[in-house]
Design a protein around this ligand. Structure first.
Ligand code: NAP
Length: 472
């Protein structure tokens, strides 16, 4: 999604001398790799759309995963982006030397003036270290590597994990398979969210006049920023409202006290990534669905053995256990000025200047870099703001005005100190474990309202950069 965004913006700016490297054989990133049952984006579809490429075709308020992939493919086709993409090409190393970035692929080395990374965030599956996982007789796979060759209705399926992914899978499969065991280590708050349809006539009108999609883009943008954008980061009305919605949802949806007790989190709503789902609690109460709260002891050939000694017999085991959120551009080996390795710079955790650049790595810009506001904003406008920021520098480099630019250590340090100081008021530090938290126990997120991120990137401040200008 970010790479296509950058490519579109470069073309719109009249810059066509670029190459997009894609490891896979098709576009789509997360929406190509994730194909699990129930896959849906919990951000409103109108605001999960590039501002420069409206989509009248969304069928629902929250877009089903396959529709997002279709949209991204259409953007690539309609904007003629595919001819710039080298598919099936894994960049293993990016090294800055003699004023240029040298990218290594299986085809050799190629030099570029600017490097933009658009490698996503939740891309590297995190597999649990559970004893005996290899010994399980049936298929075992991570949620992002769904095995569609297995017919599900006659199977007993185990789902390990109850994050956004596990909840969507459970909501889709509950009552539709022979058995479903949901292994819940920590209960999660679930905000009720009706996923309404856009009617055929409404879609036909928007297809005829795409400008009719604009009010939806601005309304849902405002709604996300004003609600989800503020709730986690500051006390106030939004935090109280989301908390109440989560508590009411559980109370009104689950009448059985014992089950409600099992499903009641100890941490505060929104401390972990808030889950928006319409049917999760209904699904776990369907016949054949079992919420297992005993800790997993080990896996054996026939199923999962829990700490109480029970064997949960299964045919298929799904690992909805999340992703390594700290990978960012890695495992690509990124080497900056004078042999400086990104791995070393990030040894204590990834840091960046305003989420987009790193001292010592000139002419390198990141989309979805460290501390992007991914915990309180739609990822599409984040990518757009970051791509615009990169483009500001790229234009100057293309015009010969700037040869080399990198953020200063001082500006980067001061920005990261400000962020750290703002973290304690966020709900993310209120005492839960989540993929948001870095090595130092602080969230690797943006602790302010999303508009501030947009403002920080809207007007690049060259005083925060070491700039080598052209001699001419
Ligand atoms: P996640 O939020 O990191 O959840 C992983 C789940 O696996 C947690 O319930 C965790 O339990 C459990 N788990 C991990 N290791 C385990 C083990 N060894 N034994 C038992 N349980 C274990 O991952 P995710 O659900 O894939 O979601 C990741 C993020 O993707 C979300 O937060 C969201 O940002 C994004 N996402 C978004 C959408 C969307 O609609 N936009 C949909 C899906 C995902 P603990 O809580 O105890 O650690």
């Amino acid at each position: 999604m970010s790479g296509l965004c950058m490519a579109s913006k470069l073309l719109d700016a009249g810059i066509a001398d670029f190459t997009v490297f894609e490891k896979a054989d098709d576009i789509g990133g997360t929406w190509r790799d994730n194909t699990y049952p129930g896959l849906t984006c919990d951000i409103p579809s109108r605001y999960y759309t590039y501002s420069f490429h409206p989509n009248p075709e969304w069928t629902r308020l929250n877009p089903p995963g396959p529709e997002i992939l279709t949209y991204l493919r259409r953007v690539a086709d309609e904007r003629g982006l595919r001819r710039f993409i080298r598919f099936g090409t894994d960049v293993t190393c990016a090294e800055y030397r003699e004023g240029r970035w040298y990218l290594t692929t299986a085809d050799g080395e190629q030099a570029f003036d600017v490097l933009v990374t658009a490698t996503g965030i939740l891309r590297v599956p995190r597999l649990p270290s559970i004893t005996g996982l290899d010994a399980f007789e049936g298929p075992v796979f991570h949620s992002s590597q769904w095995d569609h060759s297995i017919p599900l209705p006659d199977k007993r399926i185990g789902v390990i994990g109850t994050g956004s992914t596990g909840v969507q899978i459970t909501a889709a499969l509950g009552g539709r398979v022979r058995g479903l065991s949901v292994f819940q280590r920590t209960p999660q708050w679930v905000c009720p969210w009706p996923n309404m349809s856009y009617s055929r006539p409404a879609r036909a009108l928007m297809r005829r006049w795409p400008a009719l999609t604009s009010p939806g883009y601005w309304f849902w943008g405002w709604f996300v920023r004003f609600g989800f954008g503020r709730g986690p980061i500051q006390p106030g009305f939004q935090r109280r409202l989301f908390s109440a919605l989560c508590r009411w949802n559980l109370r009104l949806s689950v009448r059985d006290r014992e089950l409600r007790r099992k499903l009641t989190p100890k941490d505060l709503p929104m401390c972990k990534r808030m889950i928006f789902a319409g049917h999760y609690f209904q699904s776990v109460q369907k016949p054949g669905v079992d919420v297992v709260t005993e800790l997993i002891e080990h896996v054996e050939p026939r199923g999962v053995r829990t700490a109480d000694g029970a064997l949960h017999e299964l045919d298929v085991l799904v690992l909805a256990t999340g992703f390594d959120a700290r990978a960012y551009v890695r495992p690509m080996n990124v080497i900056g000025r004078a042999g400086l390795r990104l791995d070393e710079v990030w040894a204590d955790g990834p840091v960046a200047y305003r989420s987009v650049a790193v001292p010592g790595f000139p002419n390198m810009f990141m989309l979805m870099g460290p501390h992007s506001p991914v915990g309180n904003q739609s990822l599409v406008p984040i990518a757009e703001d970051q791509a615009d920021y990169a483009l500001w520098w790229i234009r100057r480099i293309a015009e010969g005005e700037v040869v080399e630019a990198e953020p200063t250590e001082t500006a980067t340090k001061s920005y990261n100190e400000d962020m750290k100081a703002a973290m304690p008021q966020t709900i993310w530090v209120s005492g839960c474990s989540s993929w948001y938290l870095g090595k130092d126990g602080l969230p690797e997120l943006f602790p302010w309202v999303p508009e501030r991120h947009a403002e920080l990137l809207a007007t690049p401040d060259p005083r925060d950069f070491e700039v080598r200008a052209s001699q001419v």
